[in-house]
Design a protein around this ligand. Structure first.
Ligand SMILES: [Zn+2]
Ligand SMILES: [Zn+2]
Length: 316
């Protein structure tokens, strides 16, 4: 196999879709972007795609250009099959070229076959081109283990608190760690404090499992859909309150947090203000955590090759 990307190249995180729930094109969301979840990670010689929201269409176009004269192997890790995480797959150009390979992975859910769901969304009357017309070498693997390898990249998984279930990923290679927790509702510290009916061990952090999962990550991409004012009316919707997400990232010693899965109702000004508040919270906790809003089209390079986290995605 010949590819243009190999292990010598830097680890790159690139955002192709950062919006939650539904695409939001238009002038009010132009700065952070309106495409739904899709993140490209180049790590250890692997091209890994996190979710196939509508952002994957543009990623496909970029890969087609980069690999115009050679084949490409892409590993797609699906967090769950809500529309905003799979809807772009039928528009993923590299899947329509026979020399390419697309490896699709998702957690083995009860009564829910990943391959069937991906096939069904391309059946008439939903879509005119059935999945078998994707002539690339495509495989769909449902895993049940907590960890597996993609080449030399170590992948750990974490079940998330989201209606119908979802999976988060922790990807490590050569001492660099990127964590992706797209749709997740942590236990709310605020609710815990204000609700005497919710009991908790005083010394036990109710989000300890999440804290351990993100521990020491160079980059954590986390669902921070609601602010503390909105969250109480969205309890149980399966998305994070930004204050909780910041506290978890701080407790886990994350270096850089990207707030992700922006609410369709939130325009650029809201996202910017929310991110500044989140950065202020991190600071007030005495942490050096960098807090950014994920922004469509932006990329950052990790590791020694291009310097530590050289990128321009930090939000004002
Ligand atoms: Zn979602
Ligand atoms: Zn979802």
């Amino acid at each position: 196999m010949s590819t243009v990307y190999d292990q010598e190249d830097p680890v790159i995180v690139r955002f192709w879709g950062v919006r939650g729930s539904i695409p939001t094109p238009g002038p009010l969301t132009a700065a952070y972007g309106g495409n739904t979840s899709c993140v490209e990670l180049r790590m250890g010689g692997e091209i890994i795609v996190l979710d196939a929201g509508t952002g994957i269409r543009l990623l496909g176009a970029a890969l087609a250009e980069e690999f115009a004269s050679s084949e490409v192997l892409v590993s797609l890790l699906v967090s769950h099959t809500h529309w905003d995480h799979i809807q772009g797959l039928p528009f993923f150009g590299p899947a329509y070229r026979s020399q390419n390979r697309v490896r699709i992975y998702g957690y083995q859910e009860e009564n829910c076959r990943l391959e069937q769901i991906l096939t069904d969304q391309m059946e008439s009357p939903h879509f005119p081109i059935p999945m078998h017309k994707m002539v690339a070498d495509i495989s769909v693997t449902e895993f049940s283990s907590k960890a597996f390898m993609l080449g030399e990249v170590s992948v750990c998984t974490q079940r998330l608190n989201h209606p119908g279930g979802a999976t988060g990923y922790r990807l490590s290679w050569n001492g660099l760690v990127v964590v992706y927790l797209p749709d997740n509702e942590p236990v709310s510290y605020l609710e815990l404090k204000s609700s005497p009916s919710v009991s908790a061990e005083p010394d036990l952090d109710p989000n300890q499992e999440l804290i351990d999962f993100v521990r020491g990550a160079d980059v954590a991409i986390m669902d921070g859909q609601y602010d503390a004012g909105e969250y109480p009316s969205h309890i149980g919707w399966g998305h994070g309150c930004v204050d909780d997400v910041v506290r978890i990232a701080v407790a886990g010693g994350v270096k850089q947090l990207f707030l992700f899965h922006h609410d369709p109702c939130h325009d650029d000004a809201w996202v910017e203000a929310r991110t500044a508040k989140a950065a202020g919270l991190a600071k007030s906790l005495g942490s050096g955590l960098r807090v950014c809003a994920a922004r469509e089209g932006e990329a950052l390079a990790l590791g020694s090759v291009l310097g530590e986290s050289s990128q321009g995605a930090e939000s004002a």
